[in-house]
Write a protein that binds this ligand. Structure first.
Ligand code: SF4
Ligand code: SF4
Length: 290
């Protein structure tokens, strides 16, 4: 690169990136062609995962049960489609201004089925879709918590991510070696629909890091009225749970146990938890005196 990697980071930060991790391609070696970055850009040398925070106040109205639209716009819809996309696009421009090709990848869910046929022998069918959370771990941004969602040391579960593939050979970031998820099970216990369970939990291994994830019935999450939203891109994708009770409980736990580097003057959860069933009727939160 004409300009150094430090300048790339500085530029991304100035354009709003709260998170930026870089993975080299060897960290994706075991992935199938259907999920591999080089199926999209065979000359890629680096995978950049960048993200912006969901501001904590964006979750406030959901936590209080009084206002959901702020999250709909500033945490869910615009944050990804406008704010993160703009940061991604400007970093792509920065790379291409320096002579490197850069492929921006939106946060499409990897559950979307193939949309065509392979156009060359030995090539996977379109669309090849990367798993964002998986890529974020490979890029050193954090770990997958028991809740099944990426947790970062800065923000816990509250961020949105996108990916850039580039033929610029960048120095990879170290893998995250901390431990955020302490298996407190607050995410499991707080779910009013019983969608998360320790039975059937599965172990995942990304770049040698072992993580255990609860079994999650996403069909229940699709009917959840406790802050969950449909997948923003495709009905086959996992529903968006970042504002749902399970993950707000996780955020509160991570903050209370001082696991995160971002600190606030007041606790996130200040009042008894509210919960409704799939019909919208108010219910008792399991193991909470509400
Ligand atoms: S999204 Fe709703 S149903 Fe799904 S785990 Fe979270 S609280 Fe439970
Ligand atoms: S609530 Fe507890 S068990 Fe669940 S992901 Fe967060 S830290 Fe892990």
């Amino acid at each position: 690169m004409d300009k150094g990697q430090a300048e790339l980071r500085k530029f991304a930060r100035q354009r709003g990136a709260d998170l930026l991790g870089i993975a080299s391609l060897d960290r994706f070696a075991e992935l199938k062609p259907e999920k591999h970055p080089c199926s999209i850009f065979p000359e890629a040398k680096s995978v950049i995962v960048l993200g912006r925070r969901i501001t904590r106040g964006t979750l406030r109205g959901v936590e209080e049960g009084t206002h959901f639209q702020a999250y709909d716009l500033f945490g869910y819809n615009w944050l990804d489609n406008r704010f993160v996309a703009l940061t991604t696009f400007e970093v792509v421009e920065f790379l291409e201004d320096n002579g490197w090709e850069a492929v921006p990848l939106p946060a499409l869910p990897p559950q979307i089925p193939p949309l065509g046929v392979p156009v060359r022998k030995g090539q996977p069918a379109p669309n090849v879709l990367l798993d964002l959370q998986d890529a974020a771990v490979r890029a050193g941004l954090g770990e997958i918590g028991y809740c099944g969602v990426l947790l970062t040391p800065q923000f816990g579960p509250r961020q949105r991510l996108q990916i850039i593939l580039t033929d610029a050979e960048l120095e990879p970031d170290p893998l995250f070696e901390g431990l955020l998820c302490d298996r407190c099970l607050e995410c499991v216990k707080s779910c009013p629909l019983g969608a998360m369970s320790t039975e059937g939990e599965k172990a995942i291994n990304i770049c040698g890091r072992q993580m255990v994830v609860a079994s999650i019935d996403f069909n229940k999450c699709r009917n959840c009225r406790n802050g969950a939203r449909p997948n923003a891109y495709h009905p086959a994708g996992e529903p968006d749970r970042l504002a749902a009770l399970c993950l707000r409980s996780c955020l509160d736990h991570l903050e209370r146990t001082a696991k995160l580097t971002t600190a606030f003057q007041q606790a996130f959860r200040k009042r008894p938890v509210w919960a409704v069933d799939e019909t919208g009727r108010r219910v008792q939160v399991p193991e909470e005196e509400n």
